[in-house]
Write a protein that binds this ligand. Structure first.
Ligand SMILES: NC(=O)c1ccc[n+]([C@@H]2O[C@H](COP(=O)([O-])OP(=O)(O)OC[C@H]3O[C@@H](n4cnc5c(N)ncnc54)[C@H](OP(=O)(O)O)[C@@H]3O)[C@@H](O)[C@H]2O)c1
Length: 273
């Protein structure tokens, strides 16, 4: 078993993106195994990427085990593979939303080195943002190994406390939907002002993309960039003033706090289950 070997348990949407990203970044297909019960999905992965496909989760061994199944089946999967893994102590990476490392370790049945990752949906397009937390059994070499897996589908950021992953969930996990809702509202406003729906939608999408690109490529903060594009007495200022007066900033803060608190509750429920 080479140090570069990676096995995915579950070959669904997220695993497909991670595998595609790893292959695109130069990882050898021969180092990657995927255990996936669905024959169609398994064949797509083996034919498209040349990775090794298996159906028996306990037959899959690697230095890095990526748990890419739905949270509801993670307990059963961990109990199934735990005894085999205990003998080899690989790095375990879980991308299951809202399942804490202590639950995973308990289900596996040994003090595993576990990285819990919280990716988001744009990872499916290779431009995700993932928060990562490592438990105390993860070595620094394993941190690098784990980070390189998630980096294959976008940005990675480490957090020191596992509870901070609930904040990551609120910011970037659920975040794409907030931007999409703003895009929806802006396009609707454009239509109400007389633009054709397709025109309004295209203008909004390109504007969102352009604003994100400006923020990412500039050395200035979003607040500084915003100040630079807001002329005193101009149109942008008129709109921003109305948003501030209406409590936009506070509403966003409260909304994200709702998401964080919901993430913590869902994790509590998984832990109790
Ligand atoms: N998609 C996202 O944007 C996103 C974002 C953040 C986190 N996540 C997390 O990523 C994980 C995977 O999500 P996904 O969207 O990739 O889900 P998905 O497409 O449903 O993939 C899960 C795969 O696991 C397979 N599977 C089910 N039971 C299994 C078992 N016992 N052993 C091995 N494989 C099994 C499923 O096969 P069947 O279909 O035949 O059951 C399916 O192909 C989830 O835990 C989710 O919380 C996803």
């Amino acid at each position: 078993m080479s140090d570069a070997s990676i096995c995915f348990i579950g070959g669904g949407n997220m695993a497909t993106s991670l595998i595609g990203g790893l292959i695109a970044s130069g990882r050898a297909a021969s180092d990657i195994t995927v255990s996936e019960p669905d024959e169609g999905r398994r064949r797509v992965l083996t034919e498209r990427f040349g990775v090794h496909g298996v159906t028996d989760n306990t037959a899959a061994t690697a230095a890095v085990m990526v748990l890419a199944v739905k949270p509801q089946v993670l307990g059963a999967v961990c109990r199934e593979i735990g005894p085999g893994l205990a003998r080899r102590s690989p790095l375990v990476i879980s991308i299951a939303a809202g399942v804490r490392v202590d639950s995973i370790a308990r289900w596996l049945g040994f003090d595993a080195a576990i990285i819990r990752a919280m990716p988001n949906t744009p990872a499916l397009l290779g431009c995700g943002a993932s928060g990562l937390f490592a438990n105390r059994h993860v070595t620094s070499a394993q941190r690098d190994q784990g980070e390189s897996v998630l980096r294959a589908v976008g940005l990675t950021q480490w957090v020191q406390e596992e509870a901070q992953l609930d904040a990551v969930t609120a910011v970037s996990g659920s975040g794409p939907a907030y931007f999409l809702m703003l895009m929806e509202a802006m396009a609707e406003a454009g239509v109400n002002m007389g633009l054709a729906p397709a025109t309004a939608r295209l203008l909004v999408m390109e504007t969102a993309f352009g604003a994100a690109k400006m923020a990412m490529e500039s050395a200035e903060t979003p607040a500084e960039l915003r100040a630079r594009v807001t002329s005193p007495g101009g149109t942008t200022q008129a709109a921003l003033h109305h948003l501030e007066e209406g409590g936009f900033r506070q509403l966003v803060g409260e909304a994200l706090e709702r998401a964080r608190s919901r993430a913590a509750t869902l994790a509590d429920e998984q832990e109790a289950g």
